[in-house]
Design a protein around this ligand. Sequence first.
Ligand code: ARG
Length: 465
Amino acid sequence: MTAQFSNKGEAWSARFSEPVSDLVKRYTASVFFDNRLAMVDIAGSLAHAEMLAAQGIISVLDRADIERGMAQIKSEIEAGSFEWLLDLEDVHLNIEKRLTELVGDAGKRLHTGRSRNDQVATDIRLYVRSAIDDIVLLLQSLRGALLDLAEQHADTIMPGFTHMQVAQPITFGHHMLAYVEMFGRDVERMQDARKRVNRLPLGAAALAGTTFPIDRLRVAKTLGFDDVCHNSLDAVSDRDFAIEFCAAGALVMMHVSRMSEELVIWMSPRVGFIDIADRFCTGSSIMPQKKNPDVPELARGKTGRVYGDLMSLLTLMKGQPLAYNKDNQEDKEPLFDTVDTVVDTLRIFADMAGAITVKPEAMRAAALQGYATATDLADYLVKKGLPFRDAHEAVARAVRACDDAKCDLSEMSLERLRDFSPLVADDVFAVLTLGGSVAARDHVGGTAPRQVREAIARVRAQLAS
Ligand code: ARG
């Protein structure tokens, strides 16, 4: 097992004449949060060692020792027996020290031509890359679940809202497809950010590069990077790729939060459009009748912390002169928090989407309440030759009359409707029904059930490719 190391004899300590105080040690250490980078740190070290050996900078034997030691360290970490020491500051020094303990001088040679500055930048890029890949899969599975819901309800009519007032009838399937589109753009944003994440900093060393004859492209290839970072100062210092990722994560949460807001409203007993399975809700400790939509509410709340993470990183970066500054150690917790929050939220939402029960009768009743087909009546009059503004006016008067009579437009008699325009004939009732209204919006992007089914097929084909 690893011994407790004193401050003396550490990677940087020969230069120092007095030990660091305990408080400063705790203040400057990152090992208790950056140890989550352990596996990518080891992967980076193995690729670096492989290149050092291939270039004749270390011996083949040294490389074999490093590989053996790292395999042992990996299994200790996986078994939970690896002892992380605050004295050793961060994940990099902890692993290096243990390696040296296990394999001797070869462990001390690993850091040749490398600095923790390019090492940590590499680790974070590997970490963000794999987070992006996970998040893209989760977004696609959420989209798949929403597509299923949309398909079941391609014909289910609900009121569409503007200003939170009933506006025009739409289908619930169409409404779900709006979120499929939003999360689809989130996928694109993640994939686009990945291109800029996937470049290798190693080789930049502390800031200026290294005097050893390294082969950066070889390391890039081993680690699956598309390219190397082309400027050593930039490579070790900028975290724009992590900021970009957090911005994309913030947009994912913004979409999740909008959806959450709707789920909360729809589930409120006053609205009653949906129910969410009990396993996503909780009760109240005092009010026995309650079933609260906790998951959507929490997701809406957690959106704030992800925005905060983004703001932290932007602020962290803005004042830093080139090249590396210790400020950058503060990049990790906000980044990890964004990954954890986005991953957990998407995982729960993909599951919850399949646990939503739609109540078509409540949706239909609400759609019948707000003169949702008024625009259809106006369009009808326009098709009979009335200029749109005049049609708008005629229908506005009809709606006022309905208000007084407490009835829907479709419940007015033909004679009464003709009071507002003599162009009305008995074919008007076909456009005043909710079904007629949605079916008539039959173009790409429209709410007609036929279009909803086509849109679903289009997205399914993309998901399958
Ligand atoms: N723990 C450090 C970080 O997260 C590693 C790099 C430290 N480099 C240094 N020159 N102190 O940024």
